[in-house]
Structures are given as structure tokens and as C-alpha cells.
Design a protein around this ligand. Structure first.
Ligand code: ADP
Ligand code: F6P
Length: 485
């Protein structure tokens, strides 16, 4: 690839991940998570290159000279746009991905639900890998190109890239929450992270709260002048002596029309009916769909459902709770512990409340294709989305977009970014066990006319605020921010 690209997207993961088989063949699967779900439809419409990791490893022990030597090139026909693979060594991945990204930043930015660890030997690979991503973008970007950097794994890239290529227009979007200063200031490398992000022309968050936290921290840590729209960073190369970094909220979304269209097909309808039949045609199908992550509050739902069974509010056989949990970050200790905890809870509930041939809970620790997920959305009377903290949460939006006839009920945590928009959901505090139980009962027993009013209002919102609008508003703001240089 040559330095000819006008739009570059940089994210830790490519939209497809390699599954290498023992016989030497490789299957390419869609990568997990909301970032890929959101960006994929957007990039189908742009002539862009996506820089990221494919899930394959460079040979160990890792050395720069080894890069690119032993991996087969990516096939041309996978992914929504051109792909450029950044290679990582196995050891390096441990420090950069399992370590700093997912044992430090992820828990710290999610209210420290799990205790963040602060290891110097994680920080060094984080810096090294960020530099590698920045170098790749510097190599591939045309003069004056737009580079859109994504998420918490790559917070140093904007500054590194600006130093390498000051001609570029750089936007950064964070797909997870940005924490308040009381938490952020714990981070030993807090200044480096803020300075890294301030290499951007535009820094975007899901919610105004995240943007405000970031702005306040730039003032507190670096003593910079900020207002509600951005911050002035000293820059001696400019006549004004400052460079303006625009900061704002850009709530991410889904391709609403695509989910709506999928949910209207006869095939998906039939599969939804089949799912209900296989579940024993209960009066209520209740659904949870998440990566198996401790931020998602899967335990909250299991507890609420089990207590309602125990207390007799839900009769055996009357309702089935289906929890789909995609395997995620399986080498990280907190995720291993979570899996044990969830599977213990499911096992206990089944032991205590199962009927022969009619288990009240179905637990599926598997990825599914989108059509199957939409069939589940269509089969579910109540969707439970109860994260302790979530940047946005796309699953709840996908559920709403799939409810084409306006039926169904969404129980949604106040601490998901989506709660700012989907105010017609049954909003709950996931820490309030009685409140969650009550919301579930309300959602199950609500009057159909009220349910329909709520669902229609949420659907209207999502048709207007879809992912194309999100991407356009970010890229327009990036262009404007650059004009104000
Ligand atoms: P996160 O980015 O933290 O994983 P989101 O709710 O924003 O959370 O996005 C999750 C995305 O992953 C959604 O697009 C959802 O459809 C998809 N997804 C969730 N569970 C599964 C699964 N079991 N199989 C395939 N895709 C899944
Ligand atoms: O924003 C959430 C996120 O961390 C994305 O960065 C990522 O694509 C997704 O969840 C899945 O996580 P992972 O790439 O660690 O499997």
C-alpha cells in the first residue's frame, strides 16, 4: 500500500479477526464488540483504509525486523474497506492489550468496578504498540488526509502522529466512558494520556458528561484554558501561540434501517417463532445479549430473575430468561473469574428452579451471526440491559430497531450512555436489586398501549439518530475544527 489514503481509520482490531486452524487454513470472522458493529456500515460508504490488528501473532520473540515476514497477507475480500494489518507479538499483546488496555484503562474508565492495576511493565508495551499504529498511519496517509483514531487502546496515537505528520487532520473517538477526575487521577501515566489525546484536532465522547470530565481534567492536570467546546493547547508554531482542540459529545448508534429491514424478513420471523417454540412457548421470553464482561451487569439480571422465581412472582414455566454471552478477553483474570461466577449462578438457579424439559434459564456462551441475534431480539418480550457502566451499549438500540411492530419492552440501566437518549425505556439503577426486580415486573406486565408508545418513541429517535448521522457529525466537526486552526 502507498501513502495515498485520504481517510484512515485506526482501531485496535480490524473488522475481521483470524481464526487459525490446525490444518493451516484461516477463517475470517467478524470481530467482537460495538466499535466494529458501528464502524462497519459507515466504512462500506467511504473509500478508506482501516488499520488494526487481525488476531494473528508476529513470531516471538518479537522484534521489529520480524514484522511482516511470516504472516500471509490478508485476503482482499474480507472487511468493508481496505485493511492494513498491524502485527503484534504474543508477549507484547499481554502488556498492551490484556495488561494496560484491559486491566488498567478498561476498569478505571468503568467506575473501577474491577480494581485497576498499575504496572510499569504494561505501560511500556502500550507506548510501543501505540507508536507502531501511529507509524503505519503516517506511512499510509496522503498529504492533508483525515485520520480517525478509535478507543482506549490507542490514546497516545494522536500526539505521536501529529509529531510525525503535522499536516494531518486527526480525530479521536472514545467508545467507552471517560471517568471523573476522582478516578482518572489515580493513573500514574495520567499526563501522558491526556497529552496523547490532545494531539487530536477533535476529541469525541458518547455523552456530554464524558466530554466535561475530560475538559475539567485538562485544566486541572495541565493548567490549560478550556470552555465547554474545547481547550487551547500551547503551540509555538502558530501565530496565536495556541492550537484549539475541539471536544464534544457524539452518541454512537446503529444502522437502524438495516436492523429494521432484517427483522421484517420472513426468514427471521420464522426463526424467532422457532426460538420461542424451542423454549416451550412461555408467556414471556426475557433476553440478555452481551460480551461476557463484568461491566455488563449480567449478575444483576440473573439475581433479579432468580429472586422473582423464588418469591413466586414468576411462576415456573411462565417465563424463560435467555442470556447470550459472547466469550471475551479470556486471558484476563477478572474475565475468567466473572465466567466462573456467572456459570455458578446459572447452575444454581437451574438446580433450584429447573423443571424437567423446561429450564427457566438458557445460557449461551457463544458468538452468533447478526441474523440469529435479530431472531432472538424478535423472540424476546423483554430485553434486559443492566450494565454497571457502559459507554453507549448498542445491543439495546439493536433490540429497539428490531421491534418493527412496536411491541416489546426494554429495561435499561441509567449508567449506559444509551439511557441519555432512550428515556422511554424502563430505566433502572443496577445497584438497586429491588428496583431491577420491579422494573422487570413492570416491563412484563405493562399495558400493551403504554409499551407500544414507549417503543415507538424510541424507534423514532433511532431512525433519526443512526450511525450514518453519528459518523457524518463527527467527520463534519473534525473538518470544522481544522478550519478553525
Ligand atoms: P461492547 O462494545 O462493550 O461489546 P455494545 O453493546 O456496544 O457493547 O456492542 C456489542 C455488539 O456486539 C453489538 O453489535 C452486538 O450485536 C454484538 N454482539 C453481542 N453479543 C454477541 C454475540 N453473542 N454474537 C455476536 N455478536 C454479538
Ligand atoms: O468499545 C468497546 C470495545 O472495547 C472495543 O474497543 C472493542 O472492539 C470491543 O469492545 C471488543 O473488545 P475486544 O476487542 O477486547 O475483544
Amino acid at each position: 500500500m502507498t501513502a495515498s489514503h485520504d481517510l484512515l481509520v485506526i482501531a485496535n482490531r480490524l473488522p475481521v479477526s483470524a481464526e487459525e486452524h490446525a490444518d493451516g487454513t484461516t477463517a475470517w470472522n467478524r470481530s467482537p464488540g460495538g466499535l466494529v458493529s458501528a464502524l462497519e456500515p459507515v466504512l462500506r460508504e467511504h473509500d478508506a483504509v482501516w488499520i488494526g490488528w487481525s488476531g494473528r501473532f508476529a513470531p516471538d520473540p518479537y522484534s521489529t525486523e520480524d514484522l511482516g515476514r511470516e504472516l500471509e497477507p490478508l485476503p482482499d475480500d474480507v472487511g468493508p474497506c481496505a485493511l492494513s494489518e498491524v502485527e503484534l507479538g504474543r508477549d507484547e499483546l499481554e502488556g498492551f492489550y490484556e495488561g494496560f488496555s484491559n486491566s488498567t484503562i478498561w476498569p478505571l474508565y468503568h467506575d473501577a468496578i474491577a480494581t485497576p492495576v498499575y504496572h510499569r511493565h504494561h505501560w511500556e508495551p502500550y507506548v510501543a504498540v501505540n507508536r507502531r499504529f501511529a507509524r503505519r498511519a503516517a506511512e499510509l496517509a496522503a498529504e492533508g488526509a483525515t485520520v480517525w483514531v478509535h478507543d482506549y487502546q490507542l490514546q497516545l496515537v494522536p500526539q505521536m502522529l501529529r509529531e510525525m505528520r503535522p499536516d494531518l487532520r486527526i480525530g479521536f473517538f472514545l467508545h467507552i466512558p471517560f471517568p471523573p477526575e476522582e478516578l482518572f487521577l489515580q493513573l500514574p501515566w495520567r499526563k501522558q494520556i491526556i497529552e496523547g489525546l490532545l494531539g487530536s484536532d477533535l476529541v469525541g465522547f458518547h455523552t456530554p458528561g464524558g466530554a466535561a470530565n475530560f475538559l475539567r481534567i485538562t485544566g486541572r492536570l495541565l493548567g490549560l484554558d478550556f470552555d465547554e467546546t474545547g481547550v487551547d493547547v500551547p503551540d509555538s508554531s502558530r501565530a496565536s501561540g495556541v492550537r484549539r482542540v475541539t471536544v464534544g459529545a457524539f452518541p454512537i448508534s446503529i444502522d437502524t434501517r438495516e436492523y429494521d429491514a432484517m427483522a421484517r424478513t420472513a426468514e427471521i420471523h420464522d426463526r424467532a417463532i422457532e426460538i420461542r417454540e424451542k423454549l416451550g412457548n412461555p408467556r414471556w421470553v426475557i433476553l440478555g445479549v452481551d460480551r461476557l464482561d463484568y461491566t455488563k451487569g449480567i449478575d444483576v439480571r440473573l439475581k433479579a430473575f432468580t429472586e422473582l422465581l423464588e418469591g413466586g412472582t414468576i411462576e415456573p414455566g411462565e417465563a424463560v430468561f435467555v442470556q447470550i454471552a459472547t466469550p471475551s478477553r479470556e486471558n484476563v483474570e477478572d474475565y475468567q473469574r466473572l465466567r466462573d461466577e456467572i456459570e455458578l449462578m446459572v447452575g444454581r438457579a437451574l438446580g433450584d428452579h429447573g423443571l424437567i424439559g423446561a429450564p427457566p434459564i438458557q445460557y449461551l456462551h457463544q458468538p452468533f451471526d447478526r441474523e440469529t441475534l435479530v431472531s432472538f431480539y424478535l423472540a424476546a418480550d423483554v430485553m434486559l440491559v443492566t450494565p454497571y457502566r457502559d459507554g453507549m451499549n448498542l445491543v439495546c438500540k439493536e433490540y429497539v430497531a428490531s421491534r418493527t411492530d412496536g411491541t416489546g419492552a426494554l429495561v435499561l440501566s441509567e449508567f449506559a450512555g444509551a439511557a441519555v437518549e432512550l428515556t422511554d425505556a424502563f430505566l433502572v439503577n443496577p445497584y438497586d436489586a429491588e428496583g431491577v426486580k420491579q422494573a422487570l415486573v413492570d416491563a412484563m406486565r405493562d399495558d400493551p398501549a403504554d409499551l407500544s408508545m414507549r417503543m415507538k418513541a424510541m424507534r423514532e429517535h433511532l431512525f433519526e439518530h443512526d450511525v450514518a448521522r453519528w459518523a457524518a457529525s463527527f467527520l463534519d466537526a473534525l473538518e470544522e475544527s481544522e478550519q478553525n486552526r
